[in-house]
Design a protein around this ligand. Structure first.
Ligand code: ADP
Length: 492
């Protein structure tokens, strides 16, 4: 039942409200009853004071000879003590005058008062009151009981106590009414507020339910669909926007994956069909000259090599995309690595009568993945030699820059058309598709994207800084964060 958020919200809200209402009612009930008690006590003391003034005056009046009883009666009449019971008690605790006797018709509850006066509680109060100047006590009895006040005074050379009893019936009835009202109003208020809260929660959470339904319908096939954003500025609008942004990212990532798979299969198709065609031709004739077989096998070998190269590149990129490629960090010298790469490609350059130069003027200690960086430099050198016509120049220069190292590979090739320069680092991009794919050295357009990933994995970057009719220049920058201090380096 409380599985839904709106039910839980309503429950919490109702419980908190009930507790607050309960606290409020108890506090106000307590304060009200205390104020009523104070008021009764103050009234009783005030009545007693004015009664005594009148009583003493009457007693001293030489014209009046009725004595104590008459003076008391006169004071009672004058002070309209109809609802209260006034008693004059002597020092021995004996009642000398009582309003219930002197004004018999005044109080209909006189018999209740008489029973209260006869109670042991009242007796002990009177005994106690004769000892102190003034005292209060609640006397239990029928219809809420009485509040009693007593004060001492002297008359006719004797010590007396004036005791006034006030029925608490009306006060108790009022408090009872308040209690009854609270007992009904609190549950009713909580119930109404709970219903309102449930309705509100349902209304406010309705968009969440709608979003959930919409999200359920979105899958790989319709990843372009988005959630409806009703109010972009409220919390739910922000949630929908965040979800839509997530879908955007997923959509782009899916699209990239789709393109990657389709480009990859496209690239793999050519060498595979060459392999199959060549093998079919070789197998179709029963006997062929050994040279013909050798020729076929050479083609098969070249294509298999190309295939292996593409598969390895694809594997590197998918691992990089999945974040699975862990850099094998080691300490080495970048200048030495560049010189190694130049040595490794010298035969390739010589085959095309290309002059290959390396300018590495200083020691460049570095911490990074040596194999990956070698692969990056070889890719750049390989491209430079591949795309530079015979007799051209290729050079590798490296040196320190303020925030790290810079390595450039420059060639004197034909350059890359301006409109294609921004795309050379894209996967499967080849400026000249027809030329690049033919031959054993025809790449799949993955070399530069792998080079860029390697530079970025070392927190650096790679740029095509110049490419025109005089040649191209690719520059890699490795920041200082990857650079180690020479003192920590391995010995050369
Ligand atoms: P590929 O394996 O085809 O060489 P790359 O990603 O290494 O793939 O290069 C992408 C494309 O950029 C190449 O096909 C080529 O058209 C162009 N390119 C790269 N380097 C050079 C260069 N030094 N001179 C001219 N064109 C280049």
């Amino acid at each position: 039942m409380f599985d839904t958020l709106r039910a839980r919200l309503t429950l919490w809200y109702s419980v908190v409200l009930a507790l607050l209402l309960l606290l409020f009612s108890l506090t106000s009930y307590f304060l009200f009853s205390r104020a009523a008690n104070h008021r009764t006590d103050a009234d009783l003391a005030e009545l007693a004071n004015s009664f005594l003034v009148t009583f003493q005056d009457e007693l001293k009046d030489p014209d009046k000879t009725g004595g104590l009883q008459a003076a008391a009666r006169q004071a009672m009449l004058e002070h309209h003590v109809r609802g209260d019971v006034v008693l004059l008690v002597d020092a021995a605790g004996k009642i000398a005058a009582s309003s219930t006797d002197l004004i018999p018709s005044a109080a209909p509850a006189n018999s209740i008062a008489s029973r209260a006066v006869a109670s042991s509680g009242f007796q002990s109060f009177v005994a106690e009151a004769s000892q102190s100047e003034r005292s209060y006590r609640s006397i239990s009895g029928e219809k809420g009981g009485f509040r009693a006040y007593a004060t001492r005074f002297s008359a006719d050379g004797q010590s007396w106590s004036l005791v006034i009893l006030r029925s608490l019936h009306a006060q108790q009835e009022m408090l009872e009414q308040i209690r009854v009202a609270f007992t009904w109003l609190i549950p009713l208020g909580v119930l109404l507020a709970g219903c309102g809260g449930y309705f509100l929660a349902r209304r406010s959470l309705a968009p969440v339910a709608a979003m959930g339904q919409q999200a359920q319908l979105i899958g790989a096939a319709n990843l372009h669909e988005r959630l409806e954003v009703r109010n972009a500025n409220d919390e739910l609008g922000r949630l929908a926007r965040t979800f839509n942004e997530l879908l955007d990212r997923l959509d782009r990532s899916f699209e990239r994956q789709r393109r990657f798979i389709s480009d990859a299969s496209h690239e793999l198709r050519t060498p595979v069909s060459i392999l199959r065609g060549e093998a079919e031709v070789a197998l179709s004739q029963l006997s062929r000259a050994p040279e013909e077989y050798r020729e076929s096998l050479t083609v098969l070998h070249e294509e298999a090599q190309r295939l292996a190269h593409i598969v390895e590149d694809l594997f590197t990129l998918t691992r990089a995309d999945a974040g699975e490629y862990r850099l094998a960090q080691s300490d080495f010298y970048l200048d030495e690595l560049a010189a190694d790469c130049v040595r490794a490609t010298r035969a390739l350059a010589q085959a095309k009568s290309i002059t290959l130069a390396a300018v590495t003027p200083e020691e460049m200690p570095l911490r990074g993945d040596e194999d990956l960086l070698r692969r990056m430099i070889l890719n750049l050198l390989d491209n430079a030699i591949k795309y530079t016509p015979a007799g051209g120049d290729v050079s590798v220069t490296c040196g320190s820059v303020p925030d790290g190292y810079e390595l450039s590979v420059t060639d004197s090739g034909p350059g890359i058309p301006v409109e294609m320069q921004s795309r050379v680092f894209e996967r499967f991009f080849r400026a000249d598709r027809a030329r690049s794919r033919s031959g054993a050295d025809g790449g799949a357009g993955l070399g530069l994207s792998i080079a860029r990933w390697i530079a970025e994995a070392h927190l650096g970057r790679i740029d095509l800084v110049r490419s025109d009719a005089t040649g191209s220049k690719f520059t890699v920058r490795i920041p200082a964060s990857s650079v180690r201090s020479p003192s920590l380096g391995t010995s050369r």
